[in-house]
Design a protein around this ligand. Sequence first.
Ligand code: SAH
Length: 457
Amino acid sequence: MAKIQAPIKKGEAVHVSVADLTHEGKGVAKIDGYPLFIEGMLPGETGEVEVTKLNKGYGFAKLLRLEQKSPERVSPSCSVYEECGGCQLQHLSYAGQMEMKYNQVRNVMDRIAKLPDVPVHSVLGMEEPWRYRNKAQVPVGLSGGRLVAGFYKKRSHEIIDMTECLIQHEESDVMIQKVKDVCAANGVMSYDEQSHKGVLRHVMARIGYQTGEKMAVLITRTNELPNEQAIIAGIRREVPGITSIVQNVNPDKTNVIFGSKTRTLFGEDVIYDTIGSVKFAISARSFYQVNPVQTEVLYNKALEYAGLTGEETVIDAYCGIGTISLFLAQKAKQVYGVEIVPQAIEDARKNAELNGITNAYFEAGKAEEVIPAWYKQGIRPDVIVVDPPRKGCDEALLETILKMKPKRVVYVSCNPGTLARDLRVLEDGGYRTREVQPVDMFPQTVHVEAVAVLELR
Ligand code: SAH
């Protein structure tokens, strides 16, 4: 398709009518067929915008004046919504968000997977789509001579102080405030990116939703934490019931948050949480799903799609700390989990032990290498579950699945585009996609999670 030349100029003010939303939550309006993306505008809205950037084929504009408002427009609950950028859909009603996410999955099923007849169910959303996150990590800096902790202002390195984040657990907000106050009172200097001086870089707060356990992590540039004992005592006093205080040291000039050295300052090295009846130990560095309520909804759907009777051999590819594997192990004969991060595999083994689960085997490595090796060893799975990162499954893994011919494939995805691409490959290789269920793991943001089930024809 020929790319349309912009019929407008940069800096020009134009009148637009928005018809659609991009997957980043921007409104799309067309000027003589040329698409303009406008932050903060919703489908059905009209208004005046200023053109800010023109590319071949599409451009960007900034909203100047809204005329016709969408009935789905709501006023954002968060006072720093516009500066932060962590959420992108607070100006859209929750029902509107559900519709947008549904449309996104439906669209890629039609356009990319070429599966217009496959049923996509309406999104499983949250009853209370706020305060759902169990992990907050915030950068620390200096503003007006004061230690602040919050977020990077959109498209900048300026840290804005934040006292509450409405998608975080309330206790996380409290923990971060208290850690910040205690550190400031004890003369801890904030880290400065420019000069690579100072001490405190980030604060992380983690909560076990089911257990109520709380962990605070202080990420510092230096090994030494000045006034360590006073800080520990202060945090314990200000955050009653805290079960773990951890320091992580990151001496490098980098925007990666964590360093390699971790030491426990108080309490346990981990906090515990449960999903369904499976218990997990979560350390400062462990990957763990951030929305525990919806994780259970998602995993129950994956379990239902796996259709286990107790006799099956199951492979869980991209298994992380074994969350899905252990969930499935309760209903399967044997589960094999593979994951690229060795530390996560250690966590997975510990979690199996913690739950007395003996029919789960974990191996560290690339799914696309380990699974073919298992095949050679004679392992024949009845069901394969995949939960890949945003870029989707490796081609070699999809080929191996086609060779192994499990009865069912359950595909858990955090990126509808790559899900659709991979479903097409599996369809061409002899599988039929039975249905797709989107689950809202990240209310107020544009992220969409979905689970699909395929059967061998
Ligand atoms: N299923 C887990 C984690 C899913 S996130 C859960 O629900 O908690 C995707 C995981 O894939 C990450 O843990 C990442 O480290 C891992 N990963 C990325 N590339 C991989 C590869 N090529 N082989 C195996 N695992 C990989």
